[in-house]
Design a protein around this ligand. Sequence first.
Ligand SMILES: Nc1ncnc2c1ncn2[C@@H]1O[C@H](COP(=O)(O)OP(=O)(O)OP(=O)(O)O)[C@@H](O)[C@H]1O
Length: 188
Amino acid sequence: MVLLDPLTDESLLSNLKKRFNNNDIYTYIGSVVISINPYMMLPIYSLEKINAYRSCNLYELSPHIYAIADEAYRSLRDRDKDQCVLITGESGSGKTEASKLVMSYIAAVCGKGAEGKYMDIEFDFKGDPLGGVVSNYLLEKSRVVKRLKGERNFHIFYQLLAGGSPDLLSEYCLSFHFLYLHPILTVL
Ligand SMILES: Nc1ncnc2c1ncn2[C@@H]1O[C@H](COP(=O)(O)OP(=O)(O)OP(=O)(O)O)[C@@H](O)[C@H]1O
């Protein structure tokens, strides 16, 4: 995207929109990847894809979160430099999914199977895993009862409210009133 001419907010957004309409949800701006939540499963996450991105340079293949994960892992292994992948965006934009994708990529390339958990993996100087700790981390249970401003509750609640029968909603004590008006959801 840094090659856009002119590089303005409008050209940037229009480029992102064009790519998104083509199911290209990832776009590079320099070495940063912008990701747009597709809210549907695209066939872009698989072991084959992981193998394709493995040991390719950042710009060799289409932009992908796997390429960022690979760059971080290889810099750690080959240049012995601590790495940090910073994932930021508004509520619901896909940060948790992105962190899971980064972790599943690292788990696949270093031969440790784990998904959707916080993984603390220690590597030796050759990049081989020495050991680590896995803990449940990404399920923010506290959000069921209390959310910060701008945050949403779990999507399942909105989906249930949109499609669940009145009997089901009353069985789970779910109402829009609780999700939108009350910061505290008392009964679940
Ligand atoms: N890459 C993706 N492909 C398909 N669906 C996705 C992707 N990323 C996110 N989603 C969908 O969007 C939903 C919200 O994403 P996610 O929970 O990662 O957002 P978040 O940024 O972590 O939100 P919050 O800040 O509120 O915790 C997911 O439950 C999933 O349904």
